[in-house]
Write a protein that binds this ligand. Structure first.
Ligand SMILES: C[S@@+](CC[C@H](N)C(=O)[O-])C[C@H]1O[C@@H](n2cnc3c(N)ncnc32)[C@H](O)[C@@H]1O
Length: 294
């Protein structure tokens, strides 16, 4: 396995807001390549317990390079199943939880799974390929109106109607199986002059929307925010969440604001510094919010 290329976002800010101490029990609910967890592990020390979860087994292999030893657990699970995981470990509640949502740069760089459009690969994009639909299967079956809605809401794509229509027309003639099949379809759907004008390649938005849809990312977040994350924390425990999409951020902001069992650390989310955005452009849309359980 090659080394991880993922750079953890707002590492200093996350550590500050989590306010870690030796001996604490922490869940990193989206452990990825363990960039944040490696530092969390150092700060909680050998008497602390760290549980790293990820839906993607490939990411857990990356994390194992950085997080191992006594009191360190890496488990393939969604963070929305946090209570079951803790039950199985015989742990009642924890002191801190971190979620760093979305996709890792290592997944984007994976040449087998079709997360990015720059390499030709099968269109899968599932974090956990043991269940659920791949993007190929999704595009073969989804209703045109539903697809338009997904591209509009998850991708904020203004050509979603034309794209959905072109996808449905193309799949009648041949299946859309690879990233190249999909990018060709997008080129057909969006006039070249609009593609050139766009600040962000429309393919970025469409790939993001399809990834969010097949992994049901917002459903996992919404469900976890309703009960699981709250119940998994000790009173006074902290939950920090990094989001990359306005819909995710809205869910987190509203959950913290509308529920008086949470005390938010700051009304405004923490953003990366301009220096971080220059060094790691992936961080530009990141927002970090932290709340304490009352
Ligand atoms: C941005 S990366 C995390 C990077 C990590 N903080 C680091 O520094 O290396 C997001 C990770 O969350 C995982 N993921 C996405 N949704 C998840 C969920 N519902 N439960 C657990 N892991 C999830 C992805 O597979 C990916 O590895």
């Amino acid at each position: 396995m090659s080394a991880s290329v993922h750079v953890p976002v707002m590492l200093r800010e996350v550590l500050r807001e989590l306010d870690l101490k030796p001996g604490l029990t922490v869940v990193d609910g989206t452990v990825g390549a363990g960039g944040h967890s490696q530092k969390i592990s150092e700060q909680i020390g050998e008497n602390g317990v760290l549980i790293g979860l990820d839906r993607d087994s490939m990411m857990l292999n990356f994390a194992a390079e950085r997080v191992s030893g006594a009191g360190r657990h890496l488990i393939q699970s969604s963070y929305s199943e946090i209570k079951n995981v803790l039950n199985e470990l015989g742990i009642d509640t924890v002191d801190r939880i971190l979620l760093d949502l979305g996709l890792s740069s290592d997944q984007l760089a994976d040449r087998q799974r079709g997360f990015g459009y720059s390499v030709d690969a099968p269109l899968d994009m599932r974090f956990d390929n043991r269940s659920g639909q791949s993007v190929e299967e999704y595009l073969a079956n989804v209703d045109q109106a539903k697809l338009t809605e997904v591209l509009t809401t998850y991708g904020e794509e203004k050509f979603s109607e034309a794209i959905a229509q072109t996808i449905v027309e193309r799949r009648r003639k041949q299946p859309i199986e690879t990233t190249r099949d999909l990018t060709e379809t997008l080129e057909e759907a969006i006039p070249a002059r609009f593609r050139k004008q766009a600040r962000k390649d429309p393919a970025t938005r469409v790939f993001q929307a399809l990834r969010i849809a097949v992994n049901q990312e917002l459903t996992h977040l919404e469900q976890a925010l309703q009960t699981e994350l709250y119940e998994a924390l000790k009173p006074g425990g902290r939950l920090s969440i990094i989001t990359f999409h306005s819909l995710e951020d809205r869910l987190v902001k509203n959950a913290f604001r509308d529920d008086n069992r949470w005390k938010v650390l700051a009304k405004k989310p923490t953003a990366p510094t301009p220096a971080e955005v220059r060094m790691n452009p992936r961080s530009r849309s990141a927002k970090l919010r932290t709340a304490a359980k009352l």
